[in-house]
Design a binder for this molecule. Structure first.
Ligand SMILES: [Fe+2]
Ligand SMILES: [Fe+2]
Length: 420
């Protein structure tokens, strides 16, 4: 064959690498990075690889063009005939640093990584957004595969904040400053901690059950939710430790609380779940934490609740941002929120309305300062006031996401007496 006019686009020196998987891997990769029809020149130290290269080319639908004897080496020309050539990956990306040398996640939207689509590509698998995927990635079946499904305008900032505000329930709490409290007050704290921990289990499990459905194309949403999961796990740890640290222990769980949390757990729609959990549930939980912080009988309880409240603020902010964005774009989705609240109420009403009575008593003792009738009277009055504040703040959040006042009023009025 005439070598005149044959110009290799690329050379691959394999030296005396023996015929085997390593050698074929190098040839395959080199060809994959070339355009269709281009020539690859493989330089080897012996002619013995010729037959194996020829067979490999036949199997992989490339054309073995010729072998040339170069004296102390051999040259083999292979024409690249891929079924489909791969896209070109990025090269030369250099992210600009912020003033103090930091590199935030919002800075990485450059080149192919920056191509965030409204609809995630199919067959994306775990291919990082921006990488070049070889054809043949199986369908992983991610159900949450539109940006609107999971995104929120404040997501990237919340992720940075979440990392900065992590705390350690083993070492950041002044456990050695926990005083001995009167028994009824210690009991009240233990009962409240039991209730808080129980609710935190749901706050951990519910987002976690959705995470594996989110397309990796929206990896930032998964990264943010991972911080949220870590927060909830830390809350469970801190609340449980507080119940066990002062001579008491975990107290009563009510079936009503469990039923309320179950009604959240069985919601299979992420948008509805986000609304019920982050906007209504955790929103109301914020007011409960504020109340406990205000009336905490010891610095340890106060510190734990204050730290948890900062974390919960981020969870509520994500929910509000996410739900508000969807309602702004699709006003018809308001009905889904009304339905979500109604479905939940029907489920809860079926078991009869009511409150967690142990929790109510504990909150009254905490706020009233003890178990004497006068204290309880004052305590119950403060708890009633708390419920009014909870309603007012729920209204503010519901108006903030874009609901009409009437709709907001109906949803807030029928919110579960379990708070979460
Ligand atoms: Fe929490
Ligand atoms: Fe939370």
């Amino acid at each position: 064959m005439d070598v005149h006019g044959l110009t290799p686009a690329r050379q691959l020196d394999v030296g005396d690498i023996p015929v085997g998987p390593d050698l074929f891997l190098l040839v395959k990769n080199a060809l994959q990075r070339m355009k269709q029809g281009q020539l690859l020149e493989v330089i080897g130290s012996g002619s013995h690889i010729k037959h194996d290269l020829q067979s490999w080319c036949r199997l992989n639908r490339h054309t073995f063009v010729m072998a040339l004897d170069g004296g102390d080496h051999y040259r083999f020309l292979i024409r690249n005939n891929p079924v489909k050539e791969l896209e070109q990956p990025d090269w030369g990306i250099k992210l600009p640093l912020r003033k103090d040398g930091r590199l935030d996640i919002r800075d990485w939207f450059e080149g192919r990584v920056g191509e965030l689509r409204e609809q995630a590509p199919a067959y994306v698998g775990f291919v990082p957004r921006g990488a070049v995927a070889e054809p043949g990635v199986p369908d992983f079946g991610f159900g949450l595969n539109r940006k609107d499904d999971v995104w929120s305008g404040n997501l990237l900032d919340l992720y940075e904040q979440a990392k900065e505000k992590q705390w350690n329930a083993s070492t950041d709490i002044a456990w050695n400053e926990l005083p001995a409290l009167p028994e009824e007050m210690e009991w009240a704290v233990c009962q409240i901690m039991t209730f808080l921990a129980e609710n935190e289990y749901s706050a951990l499990y519910i987002p976690a059950k959705f995470m594996a459905q989110i397309s990796p194309h929206y990896i930032e949403a998964l990264m943010y939710l991972s911080t949220l999961i870590q927060d909830e796990s830390r809350h469970i740890e801190a609340f449980t430790k507080r119940a066990l640290a002062g001579g008491g222990g975990l107290q009563y769980s009510s079936a009503l609380t469990e039923r309320s949390l179950h009604s959240l757990f069985i919601q299979e729609d992420y948008f509805k779940s986000s609304f019920l959990l982050h906007v209504l549930g955790e929103g109301t939980f914020l007011d409960l934490l504020t109340f406990i912080e205000e009336h905490a009988p010891d610095p340890v309880t106060r510190q734990i609740v204050a730290l948890a409240k900062i974390d919960e603020g981020r969870h509520v902010a994500y929910g509000i941002g996410h739900v508000r964005h969807i309602i702004e774009c699709h006003s018809g989705m308001v009905q889904a929120l009304v339905d979500a609240a109604n479905e939940r109420n029907e489920y809860l009403d079926a078991a009869g309305a009511g409150e967690n009575s142990h929790l109510m008593e504990a909150l009254a003792i905490l706020a009233g300062g003890g178990r004497k009738p006068e204290q309880l009277k004052r305590g119950f009055a403060l708890v009633r006031k708390l419920k009014v504040v909870m309603h007012e703040h729920r209204m503010q959040r519901l108006l903030q996401i874009g609901l009409e006042r009437d709709t907001a009023e109906t949803i807030s009025r029928t919110h579960t007496p379990n708070f979460m």
